[in-house]
Design a protein around this ligand. Sequence first.
Ligand code: ADP
Ligand code: MG
Length: 335
Amino acid sequence: MLKAKELTRTVRRRRIVDAISFELPEGSTATVLGPSGSGKTTLLRMIMGLDLPDAGELHLGERCLARTGLHVPPETRDISLVFQEFTLFPNLDVADNLAFGLKRPHAEQRHVDDLLELLEIAHLKHRRIDRLSGGEQQRVALARALAVKPRVLLMDEPFSNIDNMLRERLYGRLRARLAEYGMTTLIATHDHKEAFFFSDLIMVMKDGALIDHNPPQLIYERPANAWVAAFFGDANAVEGGLLATLWPTGDWQPGTRYLVRPEAFDTGDPDAADFVAARVDNVVYYGAHQDLAVSLAGGATLKVRAPGPRRITAGERVGIRLHPALDPHPLPDPA
Ligand code: ADP
Ligand code: MG
């Protein structure tokens, strides 16, 4: 268990990491998700032991790594950090960079080769780091961190330089490998899809604070507030009184705003009994689905996702219905 208790770091009287607490069970994978400047890198650097907290505690299993008056140095924490800027030796080749840090590089050669295959950089093994692209260097850094099999692996935006198609291939392989090693893993990212893919637990950071933490499904369906909801994709905040008049099937309270994701609506015949007629104001085509902006007779507007092959065009009348599986959940404003 990696456990942080009110971990705080203050720079020039600003709390860049503000009293963050969490518990990561052994072998679990979590992500720290937040926009640029929210404190993700600083949090990872504190866990690694490169930045000192000025309040709070950090524990790994039975061992205290940091608290007032105690600082376990990074090299004895059994934690590795893959930096956003990779910190490889530019004038050494890939193989030598990987051998660095391994106790018995020769005995572990097969394991290292296997990691190079996994990350699709085996053909670059004898090339110098300064002759590699950013994405290739990023994968070397990942391989180097995986090779030492730390108890805890921290990765700071590990896929930021890797193109989409390669990224999707690496995701699945890497997740399987992390599970096999049983490493506790914490990934900092600003990409919510990446967070969904890897996480048992998602921790959302904003302005240094941990504003929400939950497994992916809960955080998507029951976000702490409207800001978190919007970070995970389009969201409607719909007043309960309106929902009750349109779709009297749910337990909607007037005066409360509810989170209704665009995909929680069905589209259909505007004149059919259980549909409410709306006008399509705008359509964006995304291939697998279309995103519609629609307005209802009373003037309210909604974002609606229309999946599948049926094409809807702006100006058209369309029927809107709430999916019966929607579980009403209030959506508080950000504090
Ligand atoms: P993220 O990784 O989420 O982009 P960072 O942890 O890098 O966020 O930074 C959080 C905030 O703290 C930012 O506003 C950044 O400018 C500031 N910051 C980080 N390190 C320092 C530092 N050494 N001195 C001053 N400000 C810093
Ligand atoms: Mg960062």
